[in-house]
Design a protein around this ligand. Structure first.
Ligand SMILES: [Zn+2]
Length: 204
Protein backbone atom coordinates (compact mmCIF):
# COMPACT_ATOMS: atom_id res chain seq x y z
CA UNK A 1 0.00 0.00 0.00
CA UNK A 2 1.34 3.43 -0.88
CA UNK A 3 1.38 6.32 1.53
CA UNK A 4 -1.36 8.01 -0.51
CA UNK A 5 -3.71 5.14 0.06
CA UNK A 6 -2.92 5.29 3.78
CA UNK A 7 -3.86 8.94 3.68
CA UNK A 8 -7.12 8.02 2.03
CA UNK A 9 -7.76 5.25 4.51
CA UNK A 10 -7.09 7.67 7.32
CA UNK A 11 -9.46 10.25 5.85
CA UNK A 12 -12.19 7.67 5.38
CA UNK A 13 -11.55 6.40 8.86
CA UNK A 14 -11.84 9.85 10.43
CA UNK A 15 -15.19 10.39 8.74
CA UNK A 16 -16.57 7.09 9.86
CA UNK A 17 -15.10 7.31 13.33
CA UNK A 18 -16.32 10.76 14.20
CA UNK A 19 -19.81 9.36 13.78
CA UNK A 20 -19.41 5.95 15.33
CA UNK A 21 -16.50 5.86 17.77
CA UNK A 22 -18.76 5.77 20.77
CA UNK A 23 -20.89 2.91 19.58
CA UNK A 24 -17.85 0.93 18.44
CA UNK A 25 -16.10 1.34 21.72
CA UNK A 26 -19.18 0.35 23.68
CA UNK A 27 -19.97 -2.43 21.30
CA UNK A 28 -21.28 -4.80 23.91
CA UNK A 29 -22.18 -2.43 26.72
CA UNK A 30 -25.86 -1.47 26.75
CA UNK A 31 -26.68 2.23 26.92
CA UNK A 32 -28.08 3.01 30.36
CA UNK A 33 -31.85 3.55 30.39
CA UNK A 34 -32.72 6.15 33.03
CA UNK A 35 -36.14 6.99 34.36
CA UNK A 36 -37.24 9.59 36.88
CA UNK A 37 -39.57 8.46 39.62
CA UNK A 38 -40.39 11.24 42.04
CA UNK A 39 -37.11 12.30 43.57
CA UNK A 40 -35.37 9.12 42.52
CA UNK A 41 -33.63 8.05 39.36
CA UNK A 42 -34.01 4.48 38.17
CA UNK A 43 -31.44 2.85 35.91
CA UNK A 44 -33.64 0.18 34.42
CA UNK A 45 -30.95 -1.98 32.84
CA UNK A 46 -28.30 -1.62 35.53
CA UNK A 47 -27.73 -5.35 36.08
CA UNK A 48 -27.62 -5.93 32.30
CA UNK A 49 -24.77 -3.45 32.18
CA UNK A 50 -22.84 -4.97 35.08
CA UNK A 51 -23.42 -8.46 33.67
CA UNK A 52 -22.08 -7.39 30.31
CA UNK A 53 -18.88 -5.98 31.81
CA UNK A 54 -18.57 -9.03 34.06
CA UNK A 55 -18.67 -7.07 37.32
CA UNK A 56 -20.78 -7.68 40.39
CA UNK A 57 -23.71 -5.24 40.37
CA UNK A 58 -23.24 -4.49 44.07
CA UNK A 59 -19.62 -3.52 43.51
CA UNK A 60 -20.62 -1.26 40.63
CA UNK A 61 -23.44 0.21 42.73
CA UNK A 62 -20.94 0.99 45.51
CA UNK A 63 -18.92 3.03 43.06
CA UNK A 64 -21.93 5.14 42.12
CA UNK A 65 -22.88 5.55 45.77
CA UNK A 66 -19.41 6.87 46.56
CA UNK A 67 -19.21 9.08 43.47
CA UNK A 68 -22.69 10.57 43.82
CA UNK A 69 -22.38 10.74 47.61
CA UNK A 70 -25.91 9.44 48.00
CA UNK A 71 -27.81 6.24 48.75
CA UNK A 72 -28.29 3.77 45.92
CA UNK A 73 -30.03 0.43 45.89
CA UNK A 74 -29.99 -2.56 43.58
CA UNK A 75 -33.59 -3.66 43.12
CA UNK A 76 -34.08 -6.62 40.82
CA UNK A 77 -32.41 -5.63 37.54
CA UNK A 78 -32.59 -1.93 38.40
CA UNK A 79 -30.49 0.58 40.27
CA UNK A 80 -32.35 3.13 42.34
CA UNK A 81 -30.51 6.38 43.02
CA UNK A 82 -31.97 8.64 45.68
CA UNK A 83 -31.88 11.84 43.70
CA UNK A 84 -32.36 13.16 40.19
CA UNK A 85 -29.42 12.34 37.96
CA UNK A 86 -29.20 13.43 34.36
CA UNK A 87 -28.33 10.96 31.62
CA UNK A 88 -25.14 12.87 31.04
CA UNK A 89 -24.10 12.79 34.68
CA UNK A 90 -24.72 9.06 34.88
CA UNK A 91 -22.99 8.32 31.58
CA UNK A 92 -19.92 10.30 32.62
CA UNK A 93 -19.65 8.35 35.87
CA UNK A 94 -20.16 5.07 34.07
CA UNK A 95 -17.46 6.07 31.61
CA UNK A 96 -15.13 6.78 34.54
CA UNK A 97 -15.94 3.38 36.05
CA UNK A 98 -15.23 1.65 32.74
CA UNK A 99 -11.92 3.46 32.34
CA UNK A 100 -10.69 2.63 35.81
CA UNK A 101 -12.22 -0.78 36.56
CA UNK A 102 -13.11 -2.39 33.25
CA UNK A 103 -11.25 -1.40 30.11
CA UNK A 104 -7.84 -2.93 29.53
CA UNK A 105 -5.16 -0.31 30.16
CA UNK A 106 -3.28 -1.56 27.08
CA UNK A 107 -5.82 -2.33 24.37
CA UNK A 108 -8.96 -0.76 25.85
CA UNK A 109 -10.98 -3.96 25.48
CA UNK A 110 -13.86 -4.22 27.99
CA UNK A 111 -13.34 -7.98 28.08
CA UNK A 112 -11.40 -8.09 31.37
CA UNK A 113 -11.61 -9.47 34.87
CA UNK A 114 -10.42 -8.24 38.23
CA UNK A 115 -8.13 -10.67 40.03
CA UNK A 116 -6.17 -10.52 43.26
CA UNK A 117 -2.41 -10.60 43.00
CA UNK A 118 -1.46 -10.94 46.65
CA UNK A 119 -3.10 -7.92 48.23
CA UNK A 120 -3.37 -5.93 45.03
CA UNK A 121 -6.38 -6.02 42.70
CA UNK A 122 -5.38 -6.09 39.07
CA UNK A 123 -7.30 -5.88 35.82
CA UNK A 124 -6.50 -8.80 33.57
CA UNK A 125 -7.40 -8.53 29.91
CA UNK A 126 -8.90 -11.54 28.17
CA UNK A 127 -8.26 -9.97 24.77
CA UNK A 128 -4.52 -9.21 24.96
CA UNK A 129 -3.42 -10.74 28.27
CA UNK A 130 -2.14 -7.46 29.73
CA UNK A 131 -2.42 -7.02 33.49
CA UNK A 132 -2.37 -3.78 35.46
CA UNK A 133 -3.00 -2.82 39.08
CA UNK A 134 -6.22 -0.82 39.30
CA UNK A 135 -5.41 2.86 39.25
CA UNK A 136 -8.32 5.04 40.45
CA UNK A 137 -6.50 8.11 39.14
CA UNK A 138 -6.20 6.57 35.69
CA UNK A 139 -8.74 8.88 34.14
CA UNK A 140 -6.70 11.88 35.17
CA UNK A 141 -3.53 10.50 33.66
CA UNK A 142 -5.05 9.70 30.27
CA UNK A 143 -3.99 12.26 27.81
CA UNK A 144 -4.32 12.21 24.09
CA UNK A 145 -0.61 12.84 23.61
CA UNK A 146 0.11 9.34 24.76
CA UNK A 147 -0.16 8.12 21.20
CA UNK A 148 2.61 9.87 19.31
CA UNK A 149 3.94 9.67 15.79
CA UNK A 150 7.14 7.66 15.58
CA UNK A 151 6.54 5.84 18.87
CA UNK A 152 6.07 2.11 19.26
CA UNK A 153 3.23 0.38 21.07
CA UNK A 154 2.08 -3.17 21.61
CA UNK A 155 -1.52 -3.58 20.54
CA UNK A 156 -4.01 -6.39 20.02
CA UNK A 157 -6.14 -6.12 16.91
CA UNK A 158 -9.77 -6.02 17.91
CA UNK A 159 -11.44 -6.05 14.52
CA UNK A 160 -10.91 -5.90 10.77
CA UNK A 161 -12.27 -2.88 8.91
CA UNK A 162 -13.94 -2.68 5.52
CA UNK A 163 -10.67 -2.21 3.64
CA UNK A 164 -9.11 -5.22 5.35
CA UNK A 165 -7.19 -3.07 7.81
CA UNK A 166 -6.78 -4.13 11.40
CA UNK A 167 -8.29 -1.86 14.03
CA UNK A 168 -7.89 -1.46 17.72
CA UNK A 169 -8.12 1.15 20.45
CA UNK A 170 -5.35 2.76 22.45
CA UNK A 171 -5.67 5.71 24.85
CA UNK A 172 -8.90 6.69 23.15
CA UNK A 173 -7.43 6.55 19.65
CA UNK A 174 -8.42 4.15 16.94
CA UNK A 175 -5.24 2.52 15.71
CA UNK A 176 -5.36 1.34 12.11
CA UNK A 177 -2.88 -1.37 11.21
CA UNK A 178 -2.69 -2.81 7.69
CA UNK A 179 -1.80 -6.44 7.10
CA UNK A 180 -2.84 -8.06 10.36
CA UNK A 181 -5.42 -10.54 11.59
CA UNK A 182 -8.08 -10.12 14.24
CA UNK A 183 -6.80 -11.11 17.69
CA UNK A 184 -3.15 -10.78 16.69
CA UNK A 185 -0.87 -8.98 19.17
CA UNK A 186 1.78 -6.94 17.42
CA UNK A 187 4.28 -4.23 18.06
CA UNK A 188 3.52 -1.24 15.86
CA UNK A 189 5.08 2.09 15.07
CA UNK A 190 2.67 5.00 14.71
CA UNK A 191 3.19 6.72 11.36
CA UNK A 192 0.53 9.35 11.29
CA UNK A 193 -2.14 10.72 13.61
CA UNK A 194 -5.19 12.58 12.52
CA UNK A 195 -7.99 13.53 14.89
CA UNK A 196 -8.91 10.37 16.75
CA UNK A 197 -7.15 7.93 14.43
CA UNK A 198 -3.61 6.76 13.97
CA UNK A 199 -2.07 4.72 11.18
CA UNK A 200 0.55 2.31 12.45
CA UNK A 201 2.84 -0.25 10.83
CA UNK A 202 3.84 -3.57 12.29
CA UNK A 203 7.44 -3.68 13.44
CA UNK A 204 7.22 -7.19 14.88
ZN1 LIG B 1 -5.99 -5.79 26.51
Amino acid sequence: MTFDSYEKLLNDASDILSASTVSQERLKIPRPVLMEEGKQTIVRNFVDISDMINRNEREVAKFFMKEFGIGVNVDGRRLIINRKISDEEFNNKLEQYLNVYVRCYECNSPDTEIVKEGRVSVIRCKACGAQHPISPSRELTINRDQVEEGKRYTVTIMEIGKSGEGRTKLYGYTIIVPGVKKGQTVQVEVKKIREGSAIAHVVK
